[in-house]
Design a protein around this ligand. Structure first.
Ligand code: PBG
Length: 332
């Protein structure tokens, strides 16, 4: 009679939740999670974000309630997306973003860690992440980085703990670092969107932030500044470049489709890596849940496990506010 040699048996590792828990290599912790927040100057009352179940676009007042609830639920780190009223032309007015940040700081002090997204896409009429040449055909890198540095300074003055540049211009990280240091904000960290791909999976976010590139003349998409999904080497080198320029945390985004990139960066550096499970990835998963085809908490936990297994210690998720409860109640 043939038997399987005892040492070839793998199933003993899987026999019970005790054994699975003991042998687990990944242990998720709520303290590694960041919750994105939207706040829109043009809103009179909060509205649900299209496609992002459970996510609201807040007014400055309702944002305070959202953050209070989130704190009670065990998430204390946030990534803020301020959406200013639509404006015309090229004048950038950062006062709304500043007032939201100082409002949060006044209400919650050090109980929260607040990263502010730094990009011009919800400020520009064309929806691109920087200033375009007159004919709309090119992103002007030098001019863009200048405005981004000004914006970073405003956000730091208002009380942001971290600046998160998501524009993908060259040289922005070093420019922001120097500007912050020169103004006495050497304690403010930078989480750079270091490996940010030109992706189809930002749809719900662009809808929320009115930041889809406008149809018409000029650049139609972000492929001249965001990384090509065909080029893993560019992503790894861009991340290492940002690290050299002074980034403290390197972000990979989207996340679940790019775990190879997370692992590749992890092999090159010990710097913290943040994986951003982006709006389209989240919405796709929530669609399965809505159709009764997946269990919500188990599905998100599986994605998060995959991100951490790949090398990301920080997870940005629209469901971060559930992380503590879901992790606590999870049976391995
Ligand atoms: C803006 C920005 C985007 C996201 C974060 N910052 C969209 C884009 O680059 O078009 C996407 C986040 C998400 O989809 O959840 N530069």
């Amino acid at each position: 009679m043939e038997t399987t040699a005892s040492y070839l048996t793998r199933r003993r590792y899987r026999t019970s939740r005790h054994m699975r828990g003991l042998c687990a290599e990944v242990r998720l912790q709520a303290q590694g999670f960041i919750q994105p927040l939207f706040v829109d100057e043009a809103l009179i009352s909060p509205r649900p974000a299209t496609g992002l179940s459970g996510v609201m676009i807040d007014t400055p007042d309702s944002l305070l309630e959202t953050v209070s609830r989130d704190l009670a639920d065990g998430v204390e780190k946030f990534l803020l997306f301020p959406i200013p009223k639509p404006s015309s032309g090229h004048s950038f007015d950062f006062r709304f973003a500043a007032s939201v940040i100082s409002g949060l700081r006044a209400a919650f002090g050090d109980d929260i860690w607040l990263a502010a997204d730094l990009c011009l896409c919800s400020y520009t009429t064309h929806g691109h992440c920087g200033i375009l040449s007159e004919d709309g055909s090119r992103l002007l890198n030098v001019e863009t980085v200048q405005v981004l540095s000004d914006y970073a300074s405003v956000l730091a003055q208002a009380g942001a703990d971290c600046i998160a540049p998501s524009d993908m211009s060259d040289g922005r990280v070093v420019a922001i670092r120097q500007r912050l240091d020169a103004e006495g904000f050497d304690h403010v960290s930078i989480m750079s969107y270091a490996a940010k791909f030109a992706s189809q999976f930002y749809g719900p976010f662009r809808d929320a932030c009115h930041s889809a590139p406008a149809a018409g003349q000029g650049l139609r998409d972000r492929r001249t500044y965001q990384i090509s999904p065909l080029n893993a080497g560019d992503a790894v080198d861009s991340a290492l470049r940002d690290l050299q320029e002074g980034a403290d945390i390197l972000m990979v985004k989207p996340a679940a489709l790019y775990t190879d990139i997370i692992s590749a960066i992890r092999r090159e550096t010990r710097a913290p890596i943040a994986a951003y499970h982006v709006s389209g990835e989240y919405a796709a998963l929530e669609g399965l849940v809505r159709d009764g085809l997946a269990d919500r908490s188990a599905a998100h936990l599986e994605v998060w496990t995959s991100l951490q297994r790949s090398g990301a210690g920080i997870i940005i998720s629209y469901a971060a506010r559930h992380a503590k409860a879901w992790i606590e109640n999870h049976i391995p």
